[in-house]
Design a protein around this ligand. Structure first.
Ligand code: AMP
Length: 395
């Protein structure tokens, strides 16, 4: 796996695919700069070697050229974070872009205009990728969030740099973290899958059963398993057409010696609302008219014990409707348990959508080993897919 350290960037122009798809407010100020901060180590390494950086990214989903999606808006923020006056060119390919890239001096940083102003980007157009490739000497992919897309700048462009290509430090960290869970992690390995639906996680569960020793199934998806086993789940969310599959997953887990942990109790609410009436009940005895919205106290205790036994932990999906304060406690306590296990030396990876939001919201970000930056890319990695953006560098 080629990384930044395999290259000396002195007098080289690094063409770096970053993910600067950041949220902006109505005055085009960046409201969350996490993705820019995450790309900083890669950019700084190139600059410190004596090279220059040409940064390419998308922003939003423009239809053709739309000024509100210009990457020009984020230039001051990037300059601020890097501590370098960043240049901008209002094109990403063609004469103007080529002239701006050619005049770039060692130590300088240039941001190209939004790649998605050209439909060729998402189409993975080869001629467009070739035009991008003209701009730099070494291609660096540091955008995990788009690594599952075979777009021109994330995948196709790599063909034009047969040897001169590598992973940026962010993408390398993402790959290493996933490898720790899926291949090299110290045992016992635990995966915690929560969230709303079994259907969105089936492929992950099936892939992961070969890698883990323990599996916690929580959140809304647990109810499909409970009902399939004959439990009474009241109004809790459930995918009836996935009940058979749920039983099959439990059977497969048994055959593979994976210990499955499903909540034994739940906080039941009489409405899907933060100020609903609630009661603690056994998870398979939920009264009619009530729905399970969070893990109950006994489940939290059992999950804590499992987490504390494990040396490698993956967490994807909340244990309850954490967006509502009254139903966030199970997710918060799980976060606390993972933080404690991490402090004791376990490796913990949080990734894929809502668990990342929960970790940030409740302040666990610095208490786990790694928080993935890519939602869809992370989920596809857990499904066992080799992402096209990663394969293109390995080839
Ligand atoms: P996912 O995107 O599949 O990870 O699902 C995340 C969503 O699952 C969050 O918005 C949670 O509010 C929701 N969720 C978790 N537990 C429950 C539950 N018991 N009932 C309904 N929704 C839930």
């Amino acid at each position: 796996m080629k990384t930044l350290n395999d290259f000396n960037f002195k007098d080289k122009k690094a063409l770096i695919r970053v993910d600067f798809n950041v949220p902006l407010d109505e005055n085009f100020n960046v409201t969350d700069a996490t993705r820019i901060v995450s790309a900083k180590p890669t950019i700084i390494k190139v600059l410190e070697d004596g090279g220059s950086c040409i940064l390419m990214s998308h922003l939003g989903r423009p239809k053709g050229v739309q000024a509100e999606f210009s990457l020009n808006h984020i230039v001051p923020k990037v300059s601020d974070i890097l501590g370098v006056e960043v240049k901008f060119v209002s094109e990403c390919v063609g004469e103007k872009a080529e002239a701006a890239a050619a005049s770039l001096q060692p130590g300088e940083v240039l941001i190209l205009e939004n790649l998605r102003f050209h439909s060729e980007e998402t189409a993975g157009d080869k001629a467009f990728a070739e035009q991008l490739a003209k701009l730099g000497d070494i291609y660096v992919n540091d955008a995990f969030g788009t690594a599952h897309r075979a777009h021109a700048s994330t995948t196709i462009v790599a063909e034009f740099f047969p040897d001169q290509k590598c992973f940026g430090s962010l993408l390398a960290q993402e790959i290493e973290s996933i490898d720790k869970v899926m291949k090299t992690g110290e045992k016992p390995v635990l995966a915690i899958l929560g969230g709303a639906k079994v259907s969105s996680k089936i492929t992950i569960i099936e892939n992961i059963l070969d890698k883990v020793d323990h599996l916690i199934i929580g959140g809304g998806m647990a109810f499909t398993f409970i009902k399939a086993q004959g439990g009474k789940i009241g109004n809790s969310i459930c995918e009836d057409d996935k009940m058979e599959l749920a039983l099959d997953i439990l059977k497969q887990a048994k055959e593979k010696n994976v210990q499955v942990h499903i909540p034994v109790d739940t906080i039941a609410a009489d409405a899907f609302s933060n100020d609903a009436n609630t009661q603690e009940v056994d998870i398979d005895k939920i009264p009619d008219g009530w729905e399970g919205v969070d893990a109950g106290p006994e489940s939290r205790k059992q999950f804590h014990d499992v987490v504390m036994q494990c040396k490698t932990i993956l967490w994807n999906g909340p244990l309850g409707v954490f967006e509502m304060e009254s139903f966030a406690q199970g997710t918060i306590e799980l976060g606390n348990s993972i933080a404690e296990a991490t402090k004791n030396g376990a490796f913990s990876l949080v990734g894929g959508g809502d668990s990342v939001a929960a970790v940030k919201q409740f302040g666990f970000e610095d208490k786990v080993s790694y928080v993935s930056t890519g939602g869809g890319a992370m989920l596809e990695s857990l499904e066992g897919i080799v992402l096209p953006g990663i394969a293109a560098i390995l080839e």
